[in-house]
Design a protein around this ligand. Sequence first.
Ligand SMILES: NC(=O)c1ccc[n+]([C@@H]2O[C@H](COP(=O)([O-])OP(=O)(O)OC[C@H]3O[C@@H](n4cnc5c(N)ncnc54)[C@H](OP(=O)(O)O)[C@@H]3O)[C@@H](O)[C@H]2O)c1
Length: 353
Amino acid sequence: MNETALTVHQTARPHGFPTPAHFAFVESALPEPPAGAALVENLYWSVDPYHREMMDDVPGGFALGVPLEGRSIGRVIASRTPRLCEGEIVFHRRGWRTHAVVTPEETRKLPRFDGVPLTAYLSTLGGTGLTAYVGLTRIARLQEGEDLFVSAAAGGVGTAAGRFARLLGAGRLVGSTGSAAKAVHLVREVGYDAAFDYHEGPADDLLRKAAPDGVDVFVDNVGGGQLAAAVRALREFGRIVRVGTISQYNDPDASAPRFDHADIVEKSIRMEGFLVSNYRHLQEELYEFAVPHLQSGRLALDETVVDGFEHIVDAFLAMLSGGNTGKIIVRGRTERMPGSRPWVLADGLPQRS
Ligand SMILES: NC(=O)c1ccc[n+]([C@@H]2O[C@H](COP(=O)([O-])OP(=O)(O)OC[C@H]3O[C@@H](n4cnc5c(N)ncnc54)[C@H](OP(=O)(O)O)[C@@H]3O)[C@@H](O)[C@H]2O)c1
């Protein structure tokens, strides 16, 4: 094998928004798998908001100067274990690199469903879709006819939450997002009844206008002022599904949202957070729910696909600033062929030689 591999390392801790200067592409010889392991060429990568949280100096966060981890789908190209065969497509967490050495225990073989593309295993059928599914069915325990408000509604979790809620028989769906164009997209393409750009005024006013009769469930991807507004808009026995707090990830000075805690008591509101990693056992249930709808066309995938591993950092930074609709996924530009050209670094950025 005369190819080279690339990995992405974090090189410094950001204060506020990260920039390309916080990362480095590192070139190396293609790794040889040891006995019991296989070499995977990655085809698709997920870049996620939690990567931003891990860039800080926090317990379990990214170490500096080592390859970053992340969800990835790749093809086995060399194997020294009978449990992983050349040509097999696997899911694993050694992302942010063109090639990964993996053991069978670190991989999951993906089921193939007719008409469902591989990207779905990082979006609607992956951790993103599972987060939306768990939030609606286990945390909110959504009932037919109930009205929802979803923040960051145009993102991966937000679009899946909207589409799943519709399939589960929800009533009125209201979403918030970061631009007028994305608000229009939510209504026209994703099936929300109303959507607003949260930059256009106080969240309280915008939510009151979009949901004048209130909501039963809030799927909160954002926190901050939108969470405070939702507490006010929730009806009796309302539920707040705390999914994420992206309004704080790049804002070291962010303070906790201020809302009237008496509202929680007087309206018997339940607020519950969760981590999707504690609900992996529902993966098959998600397939049973979503795959028939994907195959029938009742459920569409919402994805922003960025071409080329060399753009993985750009894709991550764009996602943090709202550059995506649906789940953002990076796709390898080239399929591996014998003698394919190696990666080289030019001014620190990767190119094919
Ligand atoms: N609990 C779990 O296990 C779990 C699992 C997956 C994800 N999450 C969380 O779920 C949330 C969504 O994740 P995702 O993967 O679906 O990402 P995403 O929504 O596809 O992408 C992030 C989006 O957040 C929005 N955003 C960025 N800064 C913001 C700010 N200051 N205020 C409001 N919105 C902002 C941007 O959209 P706009 O253009 O609309 O601003 C951006 O597109 C994140 O908080 C993430 O951490 C939690």
